[in-house]
Design a binder for this molecule. Structure first.
Ligand code: BGC
Ligand code: CA
Length: 563
């Protein structure tokens, strides 16, 4: 196996330093606290930590408003602490990727301060200005309902500046070669400090043409190639994981025909259709989205996620589909956001139902891509809808039954810990779940271990085996003469399903269950007939005795069964 492409089969875990673990008792999570939790993450089987923005920032958009790209916000520690953290990860064989937020800066960034001060500033052209209010100033807001416009007048500058996001996040003029050079420099800096790549924020906006006269923004895909090339020159195994919620037709523009652009992208298409499938019990739109996002270069990979730190964006579904998901998972207006999504955490959306949680995680681990887990989801953490906008799903990690969930010794945590109801830290915490062999935490650890033992998912070619029942999703991966097969029942009632594995001879006659002793042998006509419980799932390695004997490389992974 070519292990160099580590991202093809990793398990990524996303966390924000400020809400993970506070070591010095000031109420704010920090790198020293995180360092103490690396064994927890390593034990869970995480291969890569994705750190959300931790650079100096006024913190008005959870750190996505950076005021200095070359430092660590003093609340979280020092650059020295960061290096200790990076080293601690390396020692445990874990990689680190970090957010690269270069579509915009904070309005407090020195560049913007300089740019607004005078027209002659060397940084003036680093941002996007207009002398008059542009005609489209009230178009293209990313946060409708909260954000009023995309152009704001700055008194100091005596001009209007463009901001795709909030008004305190002025867009960088990414077409400016000086800005482009600076972006490379930022990447080079963090690569030198030990990171393995970047989750690049808002990529379609980074590469889009910007300006008062731009009627229809155009993506400048070549920029992606120059980012990629620079990275590879500096460090061959570094990657970019692009946040680009785009239509399948444009996926290849982001990956590059020959894989010369982004190594990874989040699969928003599958994410939205997956939630529709979970809400409706109908796998057909999900199957379609799998087919639509199938084309990609051999070296490229999807990031497969359930919930992230933003709202669950349902904007790509049809109106009827969106209504179905709202009804099932976010019926109350207070649970919805920006006219397009749901802001809750996963566990409360699924009613805390263990069967449905396992179903969702099993899908995340077996659909084509590399799973990206949101911190706390391994415990089934909840949300606090009293907090504004997306903050409801960004509460501190729940470690134990100690005050404030053991997150901090301070009486004033930076964000309130969930301390009431079924998701309060007394019920949901890592310490308790660690001791309980049947906890969600221990289940997640086992499923991650098994996911790592089926590299076919990351490397292989997949096909969906069609069956009549839309509640059933059967997906098969083939890679180097090995096959694995995953079955999911999206509906609550148990379902009987019959199918055959289209492989020659004895192959496919035996399905070896990877999670239990419940294997399946085909009937004389080569058909498998299975009863799958409500919300049930099965992971199988495809065998057949002759088949197994010939493939000694599978023998180490698969128990050999007597005929
Ligand atoms: C991030 C958001 C952030 C925005 C602006 C994104 O798409 O995921 O959390 O608010 O970019 O940086
Ligand atoms: Ca602290």
């Amino acid at each position: 196996m070519i292990d160099d492409l580590w991202y093809k089969n990793g398990v990524i875990y996303c966390l924000s330093v400020g809400t993970y673990m506070d070591a010095n008792g000031d109420g704010i999570g920090d790198f020293r606290g995180l360092l103490r939790r690396l064994d927890y993450l390593n034990g869970l089987g995480i291969t890569t930590i994705w750190l959300m923005p931790f650079q100096p920032s006024p913190g008005r958009d959870n750190g996505y408003d950076i005021s200095d790209y070359y430092g660590v916000d003093p609340r979280y520690g020092t650059l020295g602490d960061f290096v200790e953290f990076a080293h601690g990860c390396k020692q445990r064989g874990m990689r680190v990727i970090i957010d690269l937020v270069v579509n915009h800066t904070s309005d407090q960034h020195g560049w913007f301060q300089s740019a607004r001060s005078t027209k002659d500033s060397p940084h003036r052209d680093w941002y996007v200005w207009s002398d008059k209010r542009p005609a489209n100033a009230d178009k293209g807001m990313v946060f409708p309902g909260v954000q009023k416009s995309t152009w704001t007048r700055d008194k100091r500058a005596g001009a209007w500046y463009f901001h795709r996001f909030y008004d305190f996040q002025p867009d960088l003029n990414t077409s400016n070669p000086h800005v482009q050079a600076e972006i490379l420099k930022i990447m080079g800096f963090w690569i030198q400090l030990g990171v393995s790549g970047f989750r690049m924020d808002a990529v379609p906006f980074v590469i889009s043409t910007k300006g008062a006269k731009v009627r229809k923004p155009v993506e400048q895909y070549d920029m992606l190639r120059s980012f990629r090339e620079f990275l590879q020159w500096r460090q061959g195994d570094a990657i970019i994981l692009a946040e680009a919620n785009v239509l399948p037709e444009t996926d290849m523009n982001y990956f590059g025909r020959d894989g010369e652009r982004m190594q990874m992208m989040f699969n928003f298409q599958v994410n939205q259709n997956l939630f529709y499938a979970l809400a409706s019990g109908d796998s057909r739109p999900l199957t379609k989205s799998l087919a639509a996002t199938k084309p990609r270069p051999a070296t490229a990979q999807w990031g497969l996620f359930l919930r992230n730190h933003d709202e669950l964006d349902l904007g790509r579904l049809t109106k009827a589909q969106r209504e179905t998901v709202f009804k099932a998972f976010g019926p109350d207006k207070s649970m919805q956001l920006y006219d397009r999504g749901i802001r809750r955490r996963l566990a409360p959306m699924l009613g805390g139902d263990r069967r449905r949680l396992e179903l969702a995680y099993s899908l995340m681990c077996t659909l084509p891509g590399t799973p990206v887990i949101r911190y706390g989801d391994e415990l089934g953490m909840g949300d606090d809808l009293a907090l504004p906008e997306r903050n409801c799903a960004r509460t501190p990690m729940q470690w134990s039954t100690e005050p404030h969930a053991g997150f901090t010794e301070s009486d004033r945590p930076c964000v309130p810990v969930i301390d009431k109801g079924a998701y309060g830290y007394e019920h949901v915490n890592a310490a308790k779940q660690r001791r309980d062999p049947n906890s969600l935490l221990n289940w997640t650890e086992r499923i991650i271990r098994m996911r790592k033992e089926v590299p076919e998912v990351g490397w292989g070619d997949f096909k969906v085996i069609t069956v009549r029942d839309p509640a059933m999703l059967i997906i098969q991966y083939d890679w180097r003469n090995n096959s694995v097969l995953f079955i999911h029942n999206l509906a609550e009632p148990p379902r009987e399903v019959a199918f055959s594995v289209g492989l020659p001879g004895e192959a496919g006659k035996l399905l070896v269950n990877l999670l239990t002793e419940d294997h399946s042998r085909a009937d004389d006509r080569g058909r498998h007939k299975l009863l799958i419980e409500g919300y049930g799932y099965r992971w199988y390695r495809v065998g057949g005795l002759d088949y197994l004997l010939k493939r000694s490389d599978i023998d180490t992974k698969t128990p050999r069964l007597p005929r």
